[in-house]
Design a protein around this ligand. Structure first.
Ligand code: COA
Length: 210
């Protein structure tokens, strides 16, 4: 399994982040503050560093420890954002969570759904994980579209679940298990237009008040 080599579908590819991505990622983070801040993880203990060099070093350490897989997402070979597989639990859970962002100028090209499909398939087949999860704030329409397109299954509302943009925020949880996707893979069924349409639908009781 060589994740330093890009895995592609059309113009989109993902590969393991490397230390020399720090400059471009740092630039994108700093020039997209208004775009990213409402959805960015923060710490209840105070401000977190935006130092990408340090951030990448930590992510690659987690990769070596087996607790995460830090990818960058690319469009025609240009770095557009990050996709992070984190919280890998082995044993009888065999589960992990995916987080992601793209720069505003690359939004709307389908980079994230394709990348999430590629990453989820890698996790199911090469990392032998059983379940992949994505948690999204109810206000994040763009991110909710990503799980809708891929047919991730709605699992429930988690109250004050993750510290985002300076406070504990409610999140919707979505997941896929390897057996519900089958041999076709997440990318295969997405590309063929066969992702289940209503899997990510939020039941009325969990919807935000209009
Ligand atoms: C959520 C996000 C990763 C989606 O990535 P993407 O590669 O643009 O995904 P898509 O191209 O499939 O677009 C998804 C939806 O975003 C919305 N969108 C598209 N272009 C947009 C733009 N320029 N500005 C705002 N929203 C846009 C559309 O609703 C689109 O759905 P549609 O294809 O049905 O029209 C991206 O919007 C982002 O990075 N947002 C900021 C960080 C963030 O929210 N991270 C996720 C936290 S859970």
């Amino acid at each position: 399994m060589d994740l330093t080599e890009p895995r592609r579908h059309g113009s989109v590819s993902i590969r393991l982040v490397r230390q020399r991505d720090a400059r471009v990622l740092q630039h994108e983070l700093l020039t997209n503050r208004g775009w990213l801040r409402p959805w960015e993880a923060t710490s209840p203990d105070g401000p977190v560093s935006l130092d990408m060099r340090l951030g990448i070093r930590r992510l690659l350490q987690q990769y070596r420890d087996g607790s995460g897989v830090p990818f960058v997402m690319e469009w025609e070979g240009r770095v557009t954002g990050q996709l992070n597989v984190w919280g890998i639990a082995r044993g009888s859970l065999a589960s992990a969570t995916i987080g992601y962002w793209v720069s505003e100028r690359f939004a709307g090209r389908g980079i994230t759904p394709t990348s999430v499909a590629l990453a989820t398939d890698i996790c199911f087949t090469e990392l032998r994980l059983h379940r992949m999860e994505i948690c999204i704030r109810p206000e994040n329409r763009a991110s909710l579209r990503v799980v809708e397109k891929l047919g991730f299954r709605y699992e429930g509302l988690r109250r004050r679940y993750i510290h985002i943009d300076g406070d504990w925020r409610d999140h919707y949880a979505f997941a896929l298990t390897r057996d519900e996707v089958g041999a076709e893979g997440v990318l295969g069924r997405f590309a063929a237009g066969r992702a289940p349409r209503d899997a990510a639908t939020i039941p009325p009781a969990d919807r935000l008040p209009a």
